[in-house]
Design a protein around this ligand. Structure first.
Ligand code: SAH
Length: 251
């Protein structure tokens, strides 16, 4: 399929940032990069600074109430968001820009379930913060959701946006050739993935578990499930509890 043919219905990401040159960055390579070139997904960046109105093109100001750092102004951020929404409404394909998400340590934690939800939409709009964050009124006034990539603080939303996009794009139909790979991997069934092995069969005296070379598919499946359960129980009691509860409710 040509990029042009695919354009109208491909999954679309619009990233609002002060550093557009950070994109596509690593997403221009490998799986995501190939999918971008073939038109399975589209990426547009919007420079928030283009919506500044003074001659210094400033986008931030000191926080009311005092404290360190600077805060992104609500009027400028809202103007950028409105611009993106108007553009998508006008481009005639009838498509929806998808949810507008501010990458933020206070947000809903990104996990595989959220990545899956976002992959099922038409696309999304991501806002990358800088400084101490953005004015609360812009978030409320434009109905912006917040998503976090983990309990740590980054210096800007751009790397978080790259993480989120990577997790979502690889779930889009056609990005990973072998769809079965997605069902086997960590989190897909609520478990961490079983250990993987490849050639050589003996390496530094360590042998590949015998069952994997047996050719006995049912035994291999059972072995992998047992290892996945063991690993999840030992490393992630939170996931293990959820897995047990889900298994119980399935009966
Ligand atoms: N003062 C803020 C942190 C600002 S960090 C606070 O304490 O919550 C600057 C920018 O980096 C944020 O606006 C956000 O867009 C991004 N960021 C930092 N940590 C993040 C995380 N864990 N997940 C997603 N975005 C994050």
């Amino acid at each position: 399929m040509t990029a042009e043919k695919n354009k109208a219905n491909s999954w679309a990401a619009t990233v609002l940032t002060l550093f557009p040159e950070m994109f596509p960055g690593p997403l221009g390579q490998s799986l995501a990069g190939k999918a971008l070139k073939s038109g399975i997904w589209r990426l547009e960046t919007v420079d928030i600074r283009d919506f500044a109105r003074d001659k210094h093109r400033s986008v931030d100001d000191a926080p009311f109430g005092g404290g360190p750092g600077m805060v992104m102004r609500p009027d400028i951020l809202a103007a950028a968001v409105d611009h993106v929404r108007t553009e998508t409404a006008e481009n005639g394909t009838g498509e929806n820009a998808g949810p507008v998400i501010y990458l933020s340590p206070r947000g809903r934690r990104l996990d595989q379930a959220l990545a899956r939800e976002l992959a099922d939409r038409d696309g999304l709009v991501l806002i990358c913060g800088r400084f101490e964050g953005v004015d609360q009124r812009a978030l409320e006034g434009r109905g912006i959701e917040e998503v976090s990539v983990g309990d740590y603080v980054l210096s800007g939303g751009e790397t978080a946006a790259l993480v989120l996009l990577d997790a979502v794009v690889r779930l889009l139909p056609g990005v990973i050739g072998d769809a079965a790979a997605l069902e086997e991997e960590s989190f897909a069934q609520g478990l961490l993935e079983y250990p993987q092995y490849t050639r050589p069969q003996v390496w530094e005296g360590r042998e590949v578990p015998e069952v994997l070379t047996s050719g006995h598919h049912e035994k291999i499946r059972a072995w992998r499930l047992a290892r996945a359960e063991e690993l999840t129980k030992a490393r992630r009691p939170d996931l293990w509890d959820r897995y047990l509860r889900a298994a119980k409710s399935r009966g």
